[in-house]
Write a protein of this length. Structure first.
Length: 199
């Protein structure tokens, strides 16, 4: 009896440790406030449409100014619906800082505002006052383009020599979470007045 009871006592801590490890892994994957922790599958369902191949630019920026820079509006090219979860610009060069991301409806902006000043200047919409859909799943049906798009609020902090490039999207299809990179390029450069002030 002693010989048979000893292995049971040894196995119990291992079982408890395995259960704790499993719960810890689940907490890391699903705990609020922790995004994109864990391994996502590489996706291929999204298409960035025309904007993925466009070169968007503003060559009259001023230090301290802020702009809304749109990420490509995506289409679901697959045969199944999916849920957009998040998006970001993957390369932010020195001299620029992403302050926040928002997801807005193209209907509210009457199209896709590729790069506009913050504050609703020059008759353009003020994205900060529009409903923000970021942080909640956005459904994109099969073979359709999303009515929503992500936009980054970008602040100019100094001289800029490189472009904002690369856009990564996260989405869920069925029970699987994916990430997919799409092309996007936005050039922001200081105008003559700002350049002369720092030279």
């Amino acid at each position: 009896m002693r010989a048979s009871s000893t292995p049971s006592r040894k196995r119990l801590p291992l079982a408890v440790a395995a259960a704790v490890a499993t719960l810890t892994a689940l907490w890391v994957l699903f705990a609020p406030g922790i995004r994109h922790v864990g391994v996502d599958a590489e996706g291929h369902a999204l298409d960035g449409n025309l904007q993925s191949g466009m070169f968007v630019f503003n060559d009259h920026a001023q230090i301290g100014s802020e702009y809304w820079v749109a990420l490509p509006p995506v289409s679901n090219t697959s045969k199944k619906p999916l849920m957009l979860l998040d998006a970001k610009i993957t390369h932010v060069p020195k001299g620029l800082k992403v302050v926040e991301y928002r997801a807005v409806s193209a209907k509210d902006t009457e199209g896709h505002a590729l790069i506009i000043s913050t504050g609703g200047k020059h008759g353009m919409p003020d994205l900060a006052k529009l409903h923000d859909y970021a942080g909640q799943p956005i459904e994109v049906k099969s073979k359709t383009e999303s009515d929503f798009y992500y936009s980054a609020r970008v602040r100019v902090t100094g001289r800029v020599h490189e472009n904002l490039t690369g856009c990564r999207f996260w989405y869920r299809q069925g029970s699987t979470k994916y990430h997919q990179d799409l092309g996007c390029t936005t050039e922001i450069r200081l105008g003559p007045h700002s350049r002369s002030r720092i030279e």
